[in-house]
Design a binder for this molecule. Structure first.
Ligand SMILES: [Zn+2]
Length: 222
């Protein structure tokens, strides 16, 4: 993956097309080719009147999700992946939650996404919970592999504990009605400073975004 990164750094957009035409059999070239075929649907959770959870400092989850999601998308695009976002601004398709969720799910299918990755921040009633977790259809091999790969990368950052992978089929519309392999990632509990300071900081967001993107790329390049 390092070489792929270097290609991006040293080539401009026009030149990279030539680089990708070279079929040297090099592993990185092959990875780049695989990435180019893939579309990943990135879903920054919530939007508009649906603010999501509230951070310890009063910031809204919807805005933090969007900020991290855009960074994930940038990482993927730099690796040659086609990225489609459910939203790039503070908006909703529908104020009826189920309709809005379904629209995002339908869109991921319409664009023929290899994966749907939904990005969220958590909060707990007691305000003391911490940790990263991922919701997926644990019976779907591809979804499970995606969630596992993303979690492994996030756990590697060691900014918080891990609550593991949870079967979200009966809990979350996005997971239960998924039409493409889906992982919904909760990057931590923003209602306390322990997780929140890292997740709201620019450095933390960059690291989290890179980890999520790497988790996705590891699976795409398998
Ligand atoms: Zn959320």
């Amino acid at each position: 993956m390092l070489l792929v990164g270097l290609v991006i750094v040293f080539e401009d957009k026009n030149a990279s097309a030539t680089v990708n035409d070279v079929t040297t059999g090099d592993t990185n070239t092959q990875n780049d080719d695989k990435n180019k075929k893939a579309t990943v649907y990135i879903d920054p959770g919530h939007g508009e009147i649906d603010a999501g959870t509230l951070a310890y400092n009063g910031k809204y989850e919807k805005d933090i999700n969007l900020s991290i999601a855009k960074k994930v998308g940038k990482n993927l695009e730099d690796a040659g992946v086609n990225v489609v976002y459910s939203r790039t601004t503070d908006e909703l398709y529908s104020e009826i939650e189920a309709d809005d969720m379904q629209h995002r799910i339908d869109e991921s299918k319409k664009v023929n996404a290899t994966y749907l990755v939904s990005i969220h921040c958590n909060a707990s009633d007691e305000g003391t919970r911490t940790g990263v977790e991922a919701f997926t259809d644990t019976t779907n091999e591809t979804s499970m592999a995606l969630a596992t790969s993303i979690m492994k990368e996030l756990e590697g950052l060691k900014y918080t504990n891990s609550n593991g992978i949870i079967d979200g089929t009966g809990l979350l519309h996005m997971v239960g009605f998924a039409k493409v392999p889906t992982a919904l990632v909760e990057v931590g509990y923003i209602d306390n400073e322990s997780d929140g300071k890292y997740i709201l900081g620019e450095k933390g967001q960059k690291a989290i975004a890179k980890a999520i993107a790497d988790g996705i790329l590891n699976e795409l390049n398998k």
